[in-house]
Write a protein that binds this ligand. Sequence first.
Ligand SMILES: Cc1cc2nc3c(=O)[nH]c(=O)nc-3n(C[C@H](O)[C@H](O)[C@H](O)COP(=O)(O)OP(=O)(O)OC[C@H]3O[C@@H](n4cnc5c(N)ncnc54)[C@H](O)[C@@H]3O)c2cc1C
Length: 483
Amino acid sequence: MTGQLDGPFDVIVIGAGTAGLPTAISAAERGARTLLVDKSDDIGGTLHVTAGQMSAAGTELQRRKGIEDHPDSHFEDAIRIAKGTSDADLVRLAVDLAPGTLDWLTGEGFEFDPVCPKIFYGHEAYSVARTYWGVDGGRSHLKVLRRLLARARETGRLDLRLETEMTGLTGDGTGAITGIEVRGAGGGVERIEGKNVVLTTGGYGADPKLFARLTQGFPLFTCAMPTSTGEGILCGESAGGVIRNGEKFLPTFGGIEVAGEPGRIDFENMPNLIPQVRPPWEIYVNLKGRRFVAEDNPSVDAREHALMKQPEMTFWIVFDDHILRNAPPFLGNWLTNRNEWDAASIEAAFDSHPSFRRGATLAELAGLCGLDESALSATVAEYNRAAKTGNDPLGRTNFPAPISQPPFYAVKAHGTLLKSPAGLTINTKLQVLDKDGRPIPNLHALGEAIGGATLSGQSFVGGMSVTPALGFGRLLGGKLLQW
Ligand SMILES: Cc1cc2nc3c(=O)[nH]c(=O)nc-3n(C[C@H](O)[C@H](O)[C@H](O)COP(=O)(O)OP(=O)(O)OC[C@H]3O[C@@H](n4cnc5c(N)ncnc54)[C@H](O)[C@@H]3O)c2cc1C
């Protein structure tokens, strides 16, 4: 039975993505008359694009590989990596729920990449192998959640309405939330009553204006799902919620723009700039023509923080013909092994892609990149001296070859948004809090709507978005909500 239900509902979940799906499914499984709405024409949200990496300690998969681990160690690592900038109470809740989340997925037939659990070096490394991902990124999660959603809808307790956009929250005048206002596919506006309203609308990484307001001072290069436009955060704010953590932005290290789409980063083709996986042959040069970090610094957090301070958070990956022909490629997706970059397409990109430049001389390359010619020449000369002596002012230790054989090449890369930092303040019952720290009655939030920095701080703590989105959702729908 999957027909439309009449309100009022016990639970209304807004956003059928990573966090909203498990919330609505668990609530319906527990007997709640549940409404799940999404403005998109399909469920899944960011699961369509995310790498979907998760982290958890003390899982069945770790035991099978003889890895000893415990949520206490996960907690210590998560706090260490975030340097105390995350919400410790919520991090504790997240790491405690994480092994149950992973074991649940295992039981539901989630298709893990067989190499997992692993230590993953694309984010600051955990001390233990506790990172997991699916064979098809977030689409592996979606496969499981689609099946579970269909089963929940069969109970007749879960109504899914797509192409239905929440435009506001409704209240009783005392501050308590009583439902939502939505605009359907036909443009008509409707009010729907619910005893609990859960905001799982995701982040704001696809909305440049809201990004400029909440995360001031940073350019936006993004691979966020286009639906991540922050309405849930703003509706929560209008209801008295408090937005926090906008200043705790950290870009991930080095995405390349999609040709013809300024600001949009091609996540499927993130370059491999992970020194533990591929020691660098190239140098990274900022818009002033200067290197700004040891390219082989093993701390990606250090490289990300250095990049954040560079003009326009932009740099050129500079190399020469010898490196192009002899180094292992840095183009091509190192995570999914989907590789659109063969030798011919790399050559073609230097003829046509706006982020790729080739110059017969360093001076010509500098001109094509808009860099100061003498600054780039001095930078390359200094690097070549370091490659000879082994003594680099920035502390680099890996020097496979100098940069001296023309033609010279440069690929433009940017600090990239994966998760937007700001979001609604919540407590460990996942209730949205007002300015006095009091729960707004009947209003809950989780997922990126609570801000990507809440659980990761100004850092990337691996898996600390997807795992808690799933875990918090199951906790809220399966236990915390009352009706
Ligand atoms: C490229 C990329 C890679 C990433 N990799 C990782 C990773 O490996 N590990 C990790 O932990 N995190 C990762 N992240 C972050 C993580 O994937 C997200 O933070 C998380 O998936 C967000 O889940 P969510 O449920 O909050 O939002 P979403 O999954 O985006 O769901 C929100 C849903 O709400 C809907 N919606 C929005 N507004 C409205 C409205 N007004 N009315 C109705 N519906 C609405 C949207 O259509 C969407 O379906 C990555 C993010 C990106 C972009």
